[in-house]
Each structure stands twice: as structure tokens, then as C-alpha cells.
Ligand binder design. Structure first.
Ligand SMILES: C[S@@+](CC[C@H](N)C(=O)[O-])C[C@H]1O[C@@H](n2cnc3c(N)ncnc32)[C@H](O)[C@@H]1O
Length: 356
């Protein structure tokens, strides 16, 4: 009886934190699509851009069913004690409203870039030569690319709107495979590196489970790293490093686990290979690599059309080659063994172990 009550309390608490987030971000998505349709009509274009794919796309019911499956699994993981009830705190009401304003203010600029296929605004005198050329683009057509504080403050809202409030739940699906290798270990003696750590959302989930685990977040953006520092301020044993993933300033065989969330679809194929080489170098023998990123072609054939459309609507120059990449073969070429994949709504978790 008491276990049933405690299960019900967990479901109620989960719903109380997740439902308002889903409604908030799905509402933003609805408003964004309406504004975009109105802007297109004012320009004399059809309200919706014609779909340029011959592959299948999921209907609304399938989409909702897959999203529900993700949330059920998230809740089941909480119930199984793999992680606590997610905090998923997006800030006080004034912060939420400020982020919402930043998000909506940028939409006309995003719309203009999408119409003109403008993706090089970020390449200017102040940035040229300071980062690799492939990095200096307006990914997602967003203002500032990865290079400005405003972009870093807008990012979490943009991602949650894109995924209707489920981005954190997808990131959390990387935690169970970490559990498998951390179980029974003294967390203070383990080391975890998150590559392309952005605003620190995934590391916040990691610290909720393993508060004493020493973690490093590495990202090439000073602005995003500043945002991550603010976001992770309450946790100890967090180091944040501005560096590039293809040459990380860390010792060989220093990490028990390396994670990377939503980074790989933004890397050119040659850079993906360099970064995998770095993962293999940094992991201890027997250490684990966990990637979270988009589904690839064929994972869920009903989504293949969506995967083809995504880079047409959001500037993602390397997405198509990402969606075709054979990660098992790439990993094997660097001495990493593919363990398994876990599909999670429109993302998947890829797990690899360093042959020890
Ligand atoms: C789509 S965001 C993902 C951020 C975060 N992991 C998340 O879960 O939202 C990609 C991040 O990778 C970083 N990034 C891109 N290329 C990189 C590189 N070569 N080395 C290090 N960071 C990189 C960007 O600065 C950005 O913060």
C-alpha cells in the first residue's frame, strides 16, 4: 500500500514539474509557427514552405505517442531509482519571461536568414580566425551563432521549443548507461567529461545523480561556458573549459566516462573522426562513451522525411552526413566497441566502451 502511494506521489510530482514545461514550450512552438505563417503570407508566399522530401514523415498521433513513450520512460527511470525526480528549473518567472522575450525578438531575424539562406552573419572581423571556419556559422539560423551572450541566453528556450519541452528528458536518457558503469564505485574517484557542454543542462542532470562526481564541461564557446557556469553554480567539483573537441587539453586515459549531447550533427565528417580519436585517447581502458543526438536514417523509417527536412528549415550543414554516418564503424576504427543504441523520441543514445 505504501509503495503504491509513493508511486502515485512520484507520478504526481513528475506531472507537476513536466506538464507546465511541456505546455509552456509547446505554446511557444505554436506561436512561432503562426508568426512564421503570417510573415510568409505578408510576403506573398504560401503559409507553409512546400515540403522538399519524398520520404515519410510521422503524423501528429505518432509524434505524440513517441513523445509520451519518452516521458513514460523518464518517469520509469525515476521509479527505478536511476535518477531522482528531475529539477528542470528554468528560472524564476522574470527570467522565464526575459528568455521568452529574447526568443520571440530573434524570430524575425531567423525568418530573414531562413528566407535568404543567410548563415554567415557570425563570420565578421571580431570572430574571423578565432574559431575554426566550420564553427563560425549561424547554426539553426540563430543570431550570434555560438559566439554571443544573447545567443547563449536564448539557446535553452530554442531547444526546448524545438522539442516541445522534452530536450532535458532526452538528455537524461544518457544517465542509465552511466549508472551501469558507475554502480558500486566511489563517485569522488571517478571522472566524467562532457564535450560540447553548451549551457550545462546535461551536467546539471549528472550532478543531480552524482553530486560529488568531479566533472569537466568542455565547449568552444566562451558565452555558452559563462552561461553554464551560472547554471551550475550550486554544484561543487565542476570545471568548465573553453577548448575545441578535436584537440582537448586533457591527459590520456584520464576519464571514466565521456558524454556528448547534441554536438555530433554539427560537426563536419572529418572533425567527427578527430573528436572520436580524442574520446578514445581520453578514456581509461574499459571507460564508456555516451552520445545523445538525433535519430539517423532508418532508425525509425517513419521519421526519415523529418530528418531530410530538418536541415532545410534550420541551418544544419552537416546534418545529412551525420544522419548517414556509421558510428559503429567509426568507433571501431578508434578502438571503441559499440555496445547498443537506445531510441528516445527524436533522439538516440549511442553507447561505446573503450576496449580495455
Ligand atoms: C547544439 S549545442 C549542444 C549543447 C549541449 N550539449 C546541449 O545539450 O544542448 C552544440 C554545442 O557544441 C559546441 N561546439 C560545437 N563545435 C565544437 C567543437 N569543435 N569543440 C567544442 N565545442 C563545440 C557549441 O559551442 C555548442 O555549445
Amino acid at each position: 500500500m505504501s509503495s503504491l502511494l509513493s508511486r502515485l506521489a512520484t507520478v504526481a510530482a513528475y506531472g507537476a514539474t513536466q506538464a507546465p514545461r511541456l505546455a509552456w514550450y509547446a505554446g511557444h512552438g505554436l506561436a512561432m509557427r503562426r508568426l512564421s505563417q503570417t510573415a510568409r503570407q505578408l510576403e506573398g508566399a504560401p503559409a507553409r514552405a512546400p515540403a522538399r522530401t519524398s520520404k515519410p514523415t510521422p503524423d501528429r498521433n505518432r509524434h505524440l505517442a513517441d513523445m509520451t513513450d519518452l516521458l513514460k520512460r523518464d518517469l520509469a527511470n525515476v521509479g527505478a531509482g536511476l535518477y531522482p525526480l528531475p529539477i528542470d528549473y528554468d528560472g524564476s518567472l522574470p527570467t522565464l519571461l526575459k528568455r521568452s522575450r529574447l526568443f520571440f525578438e530573434d524570430l524575425p531575424r531567423v525568418h530573414r536568414r531562413r528566407r535568404e539562406n543567410g548563415h554567415s552573419d557570425v563570420l565578421e572581423e571580431t570572430t574571423r580566425g578565432k574559431r575554426p571556419r566550420y564553427y563560425l556559422q549561424n547554426f539553426h539560423f540563430q543570431s550570434g551563432g555560438w559566439m554571443t551572450d544573447e545567443s547563449a541566453q536564448r539557446y535553452d528556450t530554442q531547444v526546448e521549443v524545438l522539442f516541445s519541452g522534452t530536450a532535458n528528458a532526452m538528455r537524461r536518457q544518457a544517465l542509465p548507461p552511466l549508472h551501469e558503469i558507475f554502480a558500486g564505485c566511489d563517485q569522488r574517484r571517478l571522472r566524467l567529461l562532457d564535450v560540447g557542454s553548451g549551457t550545462g543542462r546535461f551536467l546539471a542532470s549528472v550532478k543531480q545523480v552524482w553530486p560529488r562526481l568531479p566533472v569537466i564541461g568542455l565547449d568552444l564557446s566562451e558565452s555558452y561556458t559563462r552561461e553554464a557556469r551560472r547554471h551550475l553554480a550550486r554544484w561543487s567539483a565542476v570545471e568548465l573549459v573553453v577548448a575545441k573537441a578535436e584537440a582537448m587539453p586533457l591527459p590520456d586515459a584520464s576519464q571514466d566516462a565521456v558524454t556528448s549531447v547534441f554536438l555530433f550533427h554539427e560537426l563536419p565528417p572529418a572533425v567527427r573522426r578527430l573528436v572520436f580519436g580524442e574520446f578514445a585517447r581520453l578514456l581509461k581502458p574499459g571507460g564508456r562513451l555516451v552520445l545523445v543526438d538525433s535519430l539517423q536514417y532508418g532508425d525509425k523509417p517513419e521519421y526519415d522525411g523529418s530528418l531530410e527536412l530538418f536541415p532545410q528549415n534550420f541551418h544544419e550543414p552537416y546534418f545529412d552526413s551525420y544522419a548517414r554516418e556509421d558510428f559503429g564503424a567509426l568507433a571501431a576504427s578508434k578502438g571503441l566497441r559499440h555496445v547498443r543504441d537506445i531510441q528516445a523520441f527524436v533522439s538516440k543514445v549511442m553507447i561505446f566502451d573503450k576496449v580495455g
